[in-house]
Write a protein that binds this ligand. Sequence first.
Ligand code: SF4
Ligand code: SF4
Length: 375
Amino acid sequence: MARVHNWQIGREMSYWYPESRPQKQFAAVFDINKCIGCQTCTLACKTTWTSGKGQEYMLWNNVESKPYGCYPLAWDLKLLEMLNGGKWNGKAYEGQTIFESAPAGERVSGWRPDDHDYAYPNVGEDDCTGQVDKGASLSLPHMHWFFYLARICNHCTYPACLASCPRGSIYKRPEDGIVLVDQGRCRGYQECVRGCPYKKVFYNPLTGTSEKCIACFPKIEQGLQPQCFVNCIGKIRLAGWISKPDRARAENPIDYLVHIKKVALPLFPQFGLEPNVYYIPPVHVPPPFLRQMFGPGVDEAIQTYKNAPNDPDLSGLLCLFGSTEMVVPRWRRQGETVFGTDDKGTELVKIPMKEPVYVRAGYDKLYQIARTNCP
Ligand code: SF4
Ligand code: SF4
């Protein structure tokens, strides 16, 4: 085992290979507050990548309703149980990661789902935490909650799938940090399926190999965001590149949200993989539930997000989500307009922070019609 630095848990940790960061790291921010659970992302991925034989059960992108939803069954609960919950001391994680808690002779603490665990992709969908009395749902606040958690492969800095593979079939691309399974080398041992705590590698029984989200790399190579991002109805997703915290640049949208504003947080950072999909936590959910999921930065992130109406830069950047198919590596705000640009400063997209509103006359003299949208 090598010693590597994991900034998300605020300390060094053990990993199977020495630290070797890519030249650029693919990353994303998902704003949970905006997700409507429509599953358009799930279908966009399904029809693009997993409509073949042997892939029927695969959901490289899935959306589960928390607290009860999970695909495969109990993927998160099992891991939390294996790590005994884990303890934080301020921003430093004091418990063991899945690499540090691995039993003798094994590379990670993991488990492999069986067919039954994959049989209920929509379990818990739209279930809230308790019974809402008749009529109470119409008034706020009422005491119960749920939220949608959209999940893809995190293209982790320290991937457990890669560490688990005894054949070295999984690799992290040096040019963009995307994690892929070499289909020619894979022999279907399924150690990656067992090792990934997020359960984002799937075994194809027909080809005898493992498969996973590829971050739509043919699109990324052309400067375009993945399919599940551009099809997102709620415009909750933003793809880009993340720097290490000490190299964060304010003009990089992902750096700004993750490192500077600290409004977007990793999913289960205590697992130790330094996952590269970041979530803006839902503001209506009790913080203790969110802290076990996104770490100790939850309270600060929620406060920052709630204050966005008074923070023109943050609210401006949030307007860039879902605004273009292009990956936007830089951004800037000028007054009430937000610009997304490429690395050379060439404009890719321009968004007004306030949509213009036009009030039309109740009767249109030109077409001699009454507008039904007017009182
Ligand atoms: S989320 Fe799982 S499959 Fe994706 S890189 Fe991390 S360990 Fe590998
Ligand atoms: S398409 Fe967007 S809004 Fe719809 S479920 Fe997926 S992430 Fe949520």
